[in-house]
Write a protein that binds this ligand. Structure first.
Ligand SMILES: Nc1ncnc2c1ncn2[C@@H]1O[C@H](COP(=O)(O)OP(=O)(O)O)[C@@H](O)[C@H]1O
Ligand SMILES: [Mg+2]
Length: 385
């Protein structure tokens, strides 16, 4: 069923992804409501028609939200599946709760990939220090212990180096609480990449071009497009992402994060059923942004062309750039006419917090990258020039 422009779209979660989705939806003529415990303080609140400020475990609040919108989606993984099910009794929710149930839980996600024969790093599920020791013995070091639930931007991850004291590592990681984790073999990757796929209710499936991602301290730092990778690798990555999207029966977006190994293999790292940080550059450099495509897919409109119009580099702006809470001098970005600044309207800057991003476009990717690096250095130097 199609929810034509003019319908009312609801988004669970009111962070920057909801904010940018709402901006794209409004341009198409949709009304937008968000549901976020932070209420009017949520980054998406100022650009929405209505804000529902209640907890994710408040059935009455969720029902009110569901009854006031025509169709709903969500912008982050750590929403309880039960909340989606409650909303689903009042209006359709896409991607469906079964997709979120897999993607929000690293163990279920890994098992899903494994069952469907998609390539992934070797892993073991662990629940105690003895299990960790057995997993490390099998997978070798280095390896990485990741939380099964609620991890993002590298939170809940511990790299285990050769000779590590595993009992102590488990104690530190678990904080003495019962906890489930996934131990992953270390992947010696030559590049990280992502492919965002859109799929609507008719089964129309379109991937965006491959994004090349550079992470610093486990957080996305820079994304480049076109990716500097051989065409056959890019083809493989897009095919793989499309196959995962089909297998999960996604209606909406699915972001597939991948590694390119030294041996030339493309390996799936993790999945996100929503707009993704690596796709932010589509807002400035693509015919259809990931946010518009998300709205089109969820509302079952025909999908727009995901083609890249111009080489582009995106740089994340983390709270670290706000020394003592003061915003940097934005002239560093604004002085470059081919640069685009995006700020998410967050009041408080904390280290590691995503406050905004900027994109630099140029006829050649190298030029865009060089300019982006210069702008970042200017922002970091704190000088206004
Ligand atoms: N098995 C691994 N081998 C090598 N690097 C890894 C591995 N797992 C994660 N990383 C690094 O840490 C980053 C964040 O890990 P990821 O699993 O994507 O978690 P998050 O949910 O925090 O994004 C990855 O993008 C990658 O740079
Ligand atoms: Mg990740």
């Amino acid at each position: 069923m199609m929810f034509a422009p003019g319908s009312h779209l609801g988004i669970l979660g009111g962070g920057q992804l909801a904010r940018m989705t709402a901006l794209a939806a409004r341009r198409l003529g949709y009304r937008v409501s968000i549901y976020d415990p932070a209420g009017d303080d949520a980054p998406a609140a100022p650009v929405c028609d209505q804000v529902f400020g209640a907890a994710y475990d408040d059935p009455a609040g969720l029902e009110r939200f569901a009854c006031s919108v025509d169709v709903a989606s969500y912008e982050f993984e750590n929403i309880p599946v039960a909340a989606l099910q409650t909303v689903g009794r009042g209006c359709p929710v896409y991607p469906g709760w079964a997709v979120l149930e897999i993607c929000q839980h690293r163990e279920r996600e890994k098992l899903f990939l494994h069952r469907h024969g998609f390539p992934h790093a070797a892993f073991r599920v662990v629940t105690d220090a003895a299990g960790l020791a057995a997993a490390v013995a099998e997978l070798g070091t280095p390896c990485v212990l990741k939380t099964a639930e609620s991890g993002y931007d590298g939170k809940g991850q511990l790299k285990i180096e050769p000779g590590a004291d595993l009992s102590q590592a488990w104690r530190e990681w678990s904080g003495g609480e019962p906890r489930r984790g996934v131990v992953e073999a270390w992947v010696e990757f030559v590049a990280e990449l992502s492919v965002i796929c859109a799929r609507n209710g008719q089964g129309q499936l379109l991937p965006f071009p491959v994004f090349e991602n550079v992470h610093t301290h486990h957080i996305l730092d820079v994304t480049l497009c076109p990716a500097r990778l051989p065409p056959e690798v890019q083809m493989r990555a897009r095919e793989l992402a499309c196959a995962v999207t089909e297998a999960l029966d996604v209606r909406g977006l699915l972001a597939v994060e991948m590694f390119l190994t030294r041996g030339g293999e493309v390996v799936v790292n993790e999945l996100a059923p929503r707009p993704h940080n690596s796709g932010h550059l589509t807002f400035d450099a693509s015919l259809t942004s990931q946010f518009e495509q998300h709205v089109r897919a969820v509302c079952d409109l025909p999908l727009g062309a995901p083609d890249l119009l111009c080489p582009v580099v995106m740089v994340n702006l983390l709270g670290d750039l706000w020394p003592e809470g003061a915003a940097p001098d934005w002239r560093a970005v604004l002085d470059e006419p081919w640069a685009k600044l995006h700020l998410y309207g967050k009041e408080e800057a904390k280290p590691g917090r995503k406050m905004g991003h900027f994109c630099v476009l140029a006829p050649a990717l190298d030029t865009a990258f060089e300019k982006a690096r210069t702008i970042k250095a200017r922002l970091q130097s704190g000088r206004s020039f």
